[in-house]
Design a binder for this molecule. Structure first.
Ligand code: IPE
Ligand code: IPE
Ligand code: MG
Length: 243
């Protein structure tokens, strides 16, 4: 018997999650201060948000500030928080016009009250938008996420015999989104750096040396093409996928 014909469909990732790394090295290469790299990184954010919406990606998740990034010099942390606040205010109308729903996730206990309020207003304004969900992870850590989900699950019912993977997953900060199909990290490092630990269990990983400020639609399309060339088996064997 001949083998089954596999349809040549090019399935798009439903959910792309990106570690936007390399801003500091982009700046250093140009003898500029690190923060200049962060400022230029914002332009890459604009590009990727537009490009993903245009390509029909349903969920885009960007790692903007990790639980561990608080260890950076105070000045840099301040700059990043200010940049986030300014960007939120500047981009909100356009995001809303483009039917993008914004979510910001993370611990965020150390964020200023003003920033909390700006985030709340932006989320409220865009809550009904359905074209693409853009999640920005701020003060986010995968370990934090699992522990806060465990705490909520325990509060709901402290009986450990009722703890299941499904219940824990339902309390993760991004429970509203499917797990990422494609993970992209720019900047050349090949590590997760405490991003979505639980949710990346079966995500396809893509690493590029391109520094985040240089990330453009061509790099995005290369990552999507790489994703489309992979065979996702989820523990099964190839024959089971085509049967
Ligand atoms: C990513 O770029 C931005 C954040 C982590 C906030 P980096 O600032 O880590 O840039 P490199 O890795 O030092 O080049
Ligand atoms: C990961 O980048 C976090 C973000 C991009 C927000 P880092 O630059 O903090 O990661 P490490 O320290 O190189 O692992
Ligand atoms: Mg870095």
């Amino acid at each position: 018997m001949s083998s089954p014909i596999v349809p040549e469909e090019r399935v798009l990732p439903r959910h792309i999650a990106i570690v936007m790394d390399g801003n500091g090295r982009w700046a250093r290469k140009r003898m500029l201060p690190r923060v200049a790299g962060h400022a230029r990184g914002l332009e890459a954010v604009r590009r990727v948000v537009r490009a993903c919406a245009e390509r029909g990606i349903a969920y885009l998740t960007l790692f903007a500030f990790s639980s561990e990034n608080w260890k950076r010099p105070e000045q840099e942390v301040h700059f990043l928080m200010d940049l986030f606040m300014t960007a939120l205010k500047q981009e909100l109308t356009q995001m809303h016009d483009n039917q993008i729903c914004l979510r910001v996730v993370g611990d965020m206990a150390g964020l200023e009250a003003g920033l909390h309020e700006t985030i709340r207003q932006a989320e409220e304004m865009t809550a009904g938008n359905t074209r693409m969900v853009l999640t920005v992870c701020v003060d986010y850590g995968g370990k934090w996420d699992i522990v806060q989900a465990l705490q909520k699950m325990t509060q709901e019912n402290p009986d450990p015999s009722l703890f299941t993977q499904e219940r824990l997953a339902s309390h993760l900060a991004m429970a509203y989104a499917p797990d990422p199909d494609l993970f992209i990290r720019t900047g050349g490092e090949q590590r997760i750096s405490n991003f979505l630990l639980w949710q990346l269990a079966y995500t396809e990983l893509y690493f590029t040396d391109v520094f985040w400020p240089d990330f453009d639609t061509a790099t995005l399309d290369q990552a999507i093409a790489a994703f489309q060339s992979r065979e996702r088996r989820f523990g099964r064997i190839s024959e089971q996928l085509t049967a």
